[in-house]
Design a protein around this ligand. Structure first.
Ligand code: HAM
Length: 421
């Protein structure tokens, strides 16, 4: 137990943390291009926020939340997603009083008691954006194009963007009735989950991965045929804008998302080579969520990208940048008594903003050179008894193999000069 982390959690080790920084930097860069600003909300929230926000009959709320009672007897939940929390923060911090839409992004861990497998974890990380306070289809197109731009900038190909409209409280009830009618005589054959979805949320049957349910869902009525005029013209607007921006998409009438807050536009980006966990991005419009959380009716739209899945996709396409562990200087003291001077040199080198390290284990000269090569180090600064006595350092250029005895006072300048060559 003490040497194993909880199931579904993973350590991000030094040999892969550079990949995380690479994708996170790209996310920040794209958000800058699209004028989205970072928001950081707490890892835990009042449970009530997710019950109301995500919906009590969703899989997330019913089966997947990490909920506990704190010492003050409050029910607390580790965030399973961040849209509800961003909306809470928008209201609490009166972001509605600022420029609208509020264009926000976040990067951070989420927690779901999911069945762990490749691409699915109990602690995972999302990059998400939320645009709160704009009604028209242009902001839908902007949010979708941000996700596409990011994934393309990372170099991913084989991506499929699926879009759909899940309607609104005006037209969805009509569609629900149609679906219930369609599934009525197939109910006994559906999986137990879908049997309970039939009454509570029949649209989720369309999304079930069970083969029998998929089979029985063939020929089900499409939401697109039941949209009210407003939803229909909104959906047409989104399609038109995406087309104008040259973003290819596929309309998937069976795309229903697993969270209750969605209205109108719903979308997903899949990377097929990932197999069962191919959804790298999911999002949509949530025009009722701000009011559900206690604010004035305010429209919103956003998405979240699973960072682990993006990294898996990048690995598959061999797009991960090589790890950078290189340093500028390795300080090599030859003998324990030389350590204080070596440490003094190391300190000065670092203060000059060079990347540097030294030997702390009294290794032999040969072992230190091998160690320096592993980083690799551009220069090795050797200090033996002779150098110490003369206030000098033997500076070895690891690329050329040449070495030169330099005054300690000139060391940093010599290194910088050598690096410029
Ligand atoms: P979601 O579809 O539940 O949507 O999650 C978005 C993405 O997070 C998924 O497409 C997937 O890449 C990743 N993801 C979800 N669960 C896991 C897991 N257990 N392990 C690894 N990755 C996972 C949301 O969370 C919404 N809040 C998105 C949104 C934002 N809608 C509007 N604004």
């Amino acid at each position: 137990m003490l040497t194993t982390g909880p199931r579904g959690t993973r350590d991000i080790l030094p040999d892969s943390s550079g990949y995380w920084q690479y994708v996170e930097n790209m996310m920040r860069e794209v958000c800058r291009n699209f004028a989205y600003q970072e928001i950081r909300t707490p890892i835990f929230e009042h449970t009530e926020l997710f019950l109301r926000g995500i919906g009590e009959t969703t899989d997330i709320v019913e089966k997947e939340m990490y909920t506990f009672t704190d010492r003050g007897k409050r029910s607390i939940t580790l965030r399973p997603e961040n849209t509800a929390a961003v909306v809470r923060s928008y209201l609490e911090n009166k972001l509605y009083a600022g420029p609208q839409p509020a264009k926000l992004f976040y990067i951070g861990p989420m927690f779901r008691y999911d069945r762990p497998q490749a691409g699915r974890y109990r602690q995972f990380h999302q990059f998400g954006v939320e645009a709160i306070g704009a009604q028209g289809p242009a902001v839908d197109a902007e949010v979708i194009s941000l996700a596409v731009e990011l994934l393309q900038r990372l170099g991913l190909t084989d991506l499929n963007l699926f879009v759909n409209s899940v309607g609104c409280p005006v037209c969805r009830p009509v569609y629900r009735l149609k679906l219930q009618e369609f599934f009525r005589d197939k109910l006994a054959q559906l999986c137990p989950d879908c049997q309970s979805r039939y009454e509570r949320n029949p649209m989720r049957i369309l999304d079930c991965k069970n083969e029998t349910c998929t089979h029985h869902a063939q020929g089900a009525p499409h939401m697109a045929d039941c949209l009210c005029d407003e939803c229909n013209s909104h959906f047409n607007g989104v399609k038109e804008l995406l087309t104008a921006a040259g973003i290819s998409f596929v309309i998937n009438p069976r795309l229903v998302r697993g969270l209750d807050y969605y209205t109108k536009t719903a979308f997903e980006i899949q990377y097929a080579p990932l197999g069962a966990q191919s959804a790298v991005c999911g999002g949509g419009r949530y025009d009722g969520l701000v009011a559900e959380c206690g604010g004035q009716p305010t429209p919103g739209i956003g998405f979240a990208i699973g960072i682990e899945r993006v990294l898996l996709a990048l690995e598959k396409q061999e797009l991960l940048p090589p790890a950078n562990t290189a340093i500028d200087v390795f300080v090599a003291p030859l003998g324990a008594e030389i350590q204080p001077v070596a440490f003094q040199i190391l300190t000065a080198v670092r203060q000059a903003k060079l990347a540097a390290d030294m030997d702390y284990n009294n290794r032999s000269l040969k072992a230190q050179m091998k160690y320096a090569n592993k980083y690799p180090a551009k220069f090795v600064a050797l200090i033996g008894q002779d150098e110490l006595a003369e206030n000098k350092v033997m500076l070895k250029n690891m690329a050329t193999g040449s070495q030169e005895l330099v005054d300690r006072a000139d060391l940093i300048q010599m290194i910088i000069k050598g690096m410029e060559k």
